[in-house]
Design a protein around this ligand. Structure first.
Ligand SMILES: C[S@@+](CC[C@H](N)C(=O)[O-])C[C@H]1O[C@@H](n2cnc3c(N)ncnc32)[C@H](O)[C@@H]1O
Length: 275
């Protein structure tokens, strides 16, 4: 509602692109950057950067590099002027471009304050970004792609972490006591939500608590090869394309033992109908 109320008078002054210019209030800008965990190593893109406030705050308060993408040349001029005054011209850049035609693949953080149909149009491109890229949006979300976090301070702020693509069939190997332990794992994926199962020779094949955050994956498999000493295997690792690897902990408390594990993808699709 506020968007519409503010947009109409502003619409009269400036050109209307896919989204009118409505600035994000400064406490919400700060929260967007805080929630995304922005730091000096980040490259922050604001898609539809308006008067440049998000990009300038990222540079001034968090030491990041910032790139604003904006079609309105008056707003670009105003942004450059504000960046000069904030003494961050060496760390920010404003591109007079259509964000639908901009390559933002180098971004580590993307900020968005755009209308729902525009968010939806951008969603597929966001999912193609490097896993771990953080997306933070004010007010409007990506429809059925649920955020990883949501904070409300005056306005809703959403955070998504671009998930690695892990759907398919994987062969997992680890060297736990009793020899090498190997099993096939099938993963189904909707955005960052996972489910699946582990296929172990003659054993029940549950895959428990699968979680994905960017390129970090974790899941639990119960090692039930010896019925008298069953124990959970807690897997944690990183995904890099067709390989996952990391540490696995067998057992809990003073019974814990830690090992390495590795998995390779053997098919992009889960085997039909087999569980
Ligand atoms: C709601 S404002 C957000 C401004 C700023 N990001 C903020 O949060 O304060 C959206 C901005 O997107 C710009 N815009 C709309 N469509 C665009 C497009 N296709 N490419 C680049 N900028 C666009 C508008 O000119 C406007 O300044």
């Amino acid at each position: 509602m506020l968007f519409a109320a503010v947009a109409i008078p502003l619409f009269a002054q400036s050109q209307f692109f896919d989204v009118p210019f409505v600035p994000t209030p400064q406490p919400v800008v700060d929260e967007m950057l805080r929630l995304a965990g922005v730091g000096p190593k980040d490259v922050v893109y604001d898609l539809g950067s308006g008067d440049g406030r998000i990009v300038i705050s990222a540079a001034r308060k968090f030491g990041a590099q910032g790139i604003g993408v904006e079609l309105d040349n008056h707003l670009i001029y105003q942004s450059e002027e504000s960046a000069r005054q904030a003494e961050v011209l060496d760390r920010v850049k404003f591109l007079q471009q259509d964000f639908f035609k901009t390559d933002f693949s180098q971004a580590t953080v993307i900020t968005l304050y755009l209308l729902p149909p525009v968010m939806k149009r951008l969603r597929e491109r966001m999912l193609q970004l490097k896993p771990g890229t953080r997306l933070v949006a004010h007010d409007f979300d990506f429809d059925d792609w649920k955020p990883d976090r949501k904070v409300t301070i005056r306005k809703n702020v959403f955070l998504w972490i671009v998930p690695a693509r892990v759907a398919g069939r994987w062969q997992v190997r680890t060297g736990v006591p009793g020899g090498e332990y190997a099993f096939d794992m099938e993963l189904r994926q909707k955005y960052q939500d996972l489910d699946g199962f582990a296929r172990q020779e003659g054993l029940p094949g549950g895959l428990w608590e699968p979680k994905l955050e960017g390129d970090r994956i974790s899941f639990v498999v119960v090692d039930s090869r010896d019925r008298d000493s069953e124990a959970s295997l807690y897997f944690q690792g990183r995904v890099a394309g067709e390989v996952m690897e990391g540490d696995v902990v067998r057992g809990v408390g003073n019974q814990q033992a830690k090992f390495k594990w590795r998995a390779v993808k053997v098919a992009d699709k889960p085997a039909a109908g087999k569980r």
